[in-house]
Ligand binder design. Structure first.
Ligand code: SF4
Length: 160
């Protein structure tokens, strides 16, 4: 145990160095004051984007140091983060989740599927992209997008 503590002390912080703060999303600064709760909704992804979202909030990319924190309920959220194409079965739950998120809120579509249906365009169970289901404020490209790009999008909302 003592050896482990010594190793942790010697290792120090492993998070990526903070890049320059990106330009803020219009209206986000006054609305959120630098801190947001993020409700993640997988609307029908392949799970590739989920792995990157998990890494975004992990110890290396550590989105929490910029004021973004995952929350379990839409009622506690300021940001709805959508991954995946919107499947027919997730269309209504996604709309309800966004409706349940208090205003002001930001809807963030993460990955090519959420942005434009990506590789699942035209699929039999596909209802559309995120913007076909709900109003989207910000979209992050990539299949999947890398964690630092997701962190940058969240920082545009937290402005930290
Ligand atoms: S954008 Fe790529 S990684 Fe993300 S859900 Fe679609 S296919 Fe999977």
């Amino acid at each position: 145990m003592r050896g482990l503590v010594r190793l942790m002390r010697a290792t120090g912080r492993v998070a990526e160095p903070a890049p320059q703060r990106p330009e803020g999303l219009q209206g986000a600064n006054a609305a959120f004051g630098g801190s947001v709760g993020v409700r993640h909704v997988d609307a029908g992804s392949c799970n590739g984007c989920e792995i990157e979202v998990a890494a975004t909030f992990g110890p290396v990319y550590d989105a929490e140091r910029y004021g973004a924190k995952l929350v379990a309920s839409a009622r506690h959220a300021d940001v709805v983060l959508i991954t995946g194409v919107v499947t027919r079965n997730m269309l209504e739950p996604l709309r309800r989740t966004v409706d349940a998120t208090p205003n002001p809120r930001v809807v963030l579509a993460v990955g090519d599927c959420a942005r434009s249906c990506g590789v699942f365009a035209g699929g039999v169970g596909v209802a559309g992209a995120a913007h076909d289901a709900v109003d989207v404020d910000l979209a992050v490209p990539g299949c999947p997008p890398e964690p630092d790009v997701i962190v940058e999008a969240l920082r545009r909302v937290t402005l930290r």
